[in-house]
Design a protein around this ligand. Structure first.
Ligand code: ADP
Ligand code: MG
Length: 263
């Protein structure tokens, strides 16, 4: 199951990426339409982060290609923002919350140009959107995990991109931060942005996303969530671990409930 679409924002074709000759993602094909909130779902080690890094050309491809807005990445870099997985970032460097968010503005201004007052204003607005405006002078290393996550999301907002890649923005955060981030994603979608989010909780994935990519080294399925969240694909993605992760029967009956009501 892999939906064909016209004018996709992302087109991934035959993409294979390896570490030390061992494929981490293999022969991946999919397209993503504009304005969707997309979940990249799969077990630990499935290649979710690798897929995002490969789309951002942070790691080389063995084969295949990626088109973003029907272009090579280099032609559309200023339209794309990336929030890396939190554990993958070194938090010990000295930088304030405002400095971090202002970094998001350099793509617009170029690194040799001075930032303007307008950039600071935009950075402040982005911090407000994630509820971190009262922390502007705090060192990033002194924030909790959820607060750091919100600052890095604010930096990506400051880029004013059209396409966002976010690697596990919901990992290790409290329920209030989760709600703040989810509401923000819904707002971004209503502005026509396309957002790809790596996520590992199946239960909330069905609630959060419009479109789902199921990944386990190979692409299992990609498309509208109603077509993808079916036992066959979930089983293929998670195998025997599925029953440990969730009450599949319960979830599926919840999903079917609205259909039954329509009869
Ligand atoms: P996920 O994000 O789904 O948990 P990753 O993309 O991080 O998965 O990893 C996919 C596979 O590639 C895993 O088996 C992981 O151990 C391996 N891997 C990831 N990064 C590296 C690396 N830098 N060097 C070698 N192997 C890696
Ligand atoms: Mg990962």
């Amino acid at each position: 199951m892999n939906s064909e679409i016209n004018n996709p924002v992302i087109e991934v074709h035959d993409l294979t990426v390896s570490y030390n000759k061992k494929p981490a993602i293999w022969d991946i094909d999919f397209m993503i339409p504009e304005g969707k909130l997309v979940g990249i779902i799969g077990p630990n080690g499935a290649g979710k982060s690798t897929l995002i890094k490969a789309m951002m050309e942070l790691i080389p491809h063995d084969s295949g290609y990626v088109k973003l807005f029907n272009q090579e990445l280099d032609n559309v870099r200023d339209k794309i923002a990336y929030v890396p997985q939190r554990g993958s970032v070194d938090w010990d460097f000295p930088a304030s919350v405002l400095d971090i968010v202002l970094m998001g503005r350099y793509g617009k201004r170029g690194i040799f140009n001075r930032l303007k007052n307008e950039d600071k204003k935009i950075a402040m607005q982005c911090l407000e959107k994630v509820g971190m405006q009262q922390f502007i002078n705090r060192q990033i290393s002194q924030l909790s995990g959820g607060q750091q996550q919100r600052v890095f999301i604010a930096r990506s907002l400051a880029q004013e991109a059209d396409l966002y890649f976010m690697d596990e923005p919901f990992a290790g955060i409290d329920a209030t931060t989760e709600k703040t981030i989810f509401d923000l994603l819904l707002n971004m979608r209503s502005e026509g942005k396309t957002i790809l989010v790596v996520h590992h909780d199946l239960q909330s994935a069905y609630e959060y996303f419009d479109w789902i990519i199921l990944l386990n080294t190979q692409l299992i399925a990609a498309g509208p969530k109603e077509e993808i969240f079916v036992p066959e694909y979930l089983q293929k993605t998670y195998g025997g671990k599925l029953s440990l992760l969730m009450n599949v029967g319960q979830l599926l009956s919840e999903m079917e409930a609205p259909l039954r009501e329509r009869k």
